[in-house]
Design a binder for this molecule. Sequence first.
Ligand code: GDP
Length: 417
Amino acid sequence: SLSNNLHSITPIIRKKLMGYVGFANLPNQVHRKSVRKGFQFTVMVVGESGLGKSTLVNTLFNTTLYPPKEPPAPNDERPQTVAIQSISADIEENGVRLRLTVVDTPGFGDFVNNDDSWKPITENIEARFDSYLEQENRVNRQKVVDNRVHACLYFIQPTGHALKPLDIEFMRRLHTKVNLIPVIAKADTLTDDEVAEFKARILADIAYHNIQIFQAPTYENEDEETITETEEIASKIPFAVVGSDQVVVLPNGRHVRGRSYPWGVIEVDNEEHCDFVKLRQMLVRTYMEELREYTNDVLYENWRTEKLLSMGVAQDSSVFKEINPALRMQEERVLHEAKLAKMEAEMKMVFQQKVQEKESKLKQSEEELYARHREMKESLEKQRLDLEEKKRKIENGRPLTPEKGTQQKTRKGFLRP
Ligand code: GDP
């Protein structure tokens, strides 16, 4: 390809700089620019109601994004389908702005029959891909809003047994469309041993069903510290989390976020107590950009390719057409119209031919009719003339001229009058 060629003919020469140039400041330029633009991040939370989803979101971003929940409505008033609700908030930390959107899926897993609970969620994720694709195809691509779901926190009920069929079905359906991050909800209701066993069982189920959950990427030449951090985070998946918007005062006077029990306090931000800190590290502190990048480069890209292929765009067709379904549709319309016009012209031609044939046939029979008519007229005229001749002769009293074949010779050889 062109880029390969360019690469092979452009020699790379290592040079020492003689003085100040300034491009060492590039990372700072990029940094300043992205800080000015701000960041967009969308996280989806899925799980049965009451598993602590809203509480955890509030805990994660240290805001009251979700107001305290109303007590649930009586059974007959509850909606019968999974709803999709999203809340956005602009939050700022040390001058960095983040437009955070949380997509909640109330109703998931709450019905007698939850077979199709995953469906509205897939549709929502795809609709967001669609909207992004549509923006990419616009003539003016200045303000592209990225509303794609960058991560999906899947809340597993702390049963201590295994994944439920609904959990497996959901993850199987969604793992190619979104970065899945499984969490064990309300981990404070399980003992440490129960958590460890439950985690092993969940991971085995996930592996057995070939479910792809988000893995923090590892790069070559990474420093020790980063490698250790990545490994530590990975070792905690699925994160056993505890959420709380309550601040508890410990006996030693320290104020912590946590849940108070007769036997003690579970601290949200204490790594000895739960995996909340590691989850936040994965989702926010260390891998938010990786989650965004993987969503864009892999999940969205795969979806886009599939979508365009299903629309009949061959991968090897001109790049422009491939990335521009609107142009493609217009081209198809033009082709279709040309086909219609051709068909119409052909039909017209056949019609004209038929008409001509009919016309010439009619003309012919008309001529034949004329000819017969003329013949008859002539023969009648002749007969009339003959009769008139006879009449005249009879009136003049002259004997009739015998007709040709009836003339008889007399014995004397004279014609008999
Ligand atoms: P959602 O329906 O999934 O959004 O659940 P909520 O966040 O509204 O929480 C439901 C209830 O569970 C509330 O009473 C919370 O106080 C409680 N809760 C939330 N997180 C935890 C947790 O980590 N552990 C325990 N034990 N309770 C929690």
